[in-house]
Design a protein around this ligand. Sequence first.
Ligand code: NAD
Length: 259
Amino acid sequence: MDMGIAGKRALVCASSRGLGLGCAEALAAEGVDLVMNARGREALEASAQAIRDAHGVDVVTVACDVTTAEGQAAVLKAAGRADILVNNAGGPPPGMWTDWERDDFIRALDANMLTPIMLIKGLVPAMMERGWGRVVNITSQAVRSPIPVLGLSNSARTGLTGYVAGTSRQVAASGVTINNLLPGIHATDRADSLDGAVAKSEGITLEEARARREATIPARRYGTRAEFGAACAFLCSQHAGFIVGQNVLLDGGGVNLTM
Ligand code: NAD
């Protein structure tokens, strides 16, 4: 299916690896020019060059922490009048509800709620003027079913979800859609590090830890960044203009829900 977005320009945050990279690759495969961002310059440049080589699109890189005010200013400057915004950043650390103080919540809210909101505020007005735009926020399955040890993430991402629910309905008449993609377990560096921690604490191999977690997913495997990116590209496509304010769960059936 032709997504009809060749020649558009996208800012994809936190995209040197993992799910953000999957989104950047899938958009580039549709002929979308990119602004890619990550904290580490080396991995970012390598991923950007691989995308240029594979898809022949224009890729600008901005190495910065997107959760800071300076980082947001830098990516917004490079994005210019972008047509597509994919919001992403690393998630907050795990812990117990008794561990977290006000400053921990402020950091989590800054990273996983206020950063996407600031970038939406920065780019959506020009999209509305042009009568077309797409915003996809990478959130988590935890907004449908909480992961208790990720209380900071549960809180910040649910806050973003509430903001998107209202705001998406305020901008839809201008041809701009805002939706959230909710990853379940995907085979990224983050999944490896979570499995590595379980393997260490339980004295089992990484493969055993992974096999145990795969057994909890009806699809009996982890998702891939390519599958995740394909869903993102569809939400950014011409075909998805009537999908507004939705939370699309990509989890192999892992969250046990009827609706
Ligand atoms: P990952 O660790 O594989 O990749 C993260 C990417 O984001 C890297 O490119 C890194 O450089 C970049 N990054 C991280 N923090 C950044 C920052 N502050 N500024 C700029 N770039 C930054 O992670 P992933 O698995 O792709 O996860 C992406 C998001 O999805 C995270 O918020 C994660 O919590 C969430 N998530 C992932 C899964 C999963 O199974 N992978 C499941 C649920 C939610």
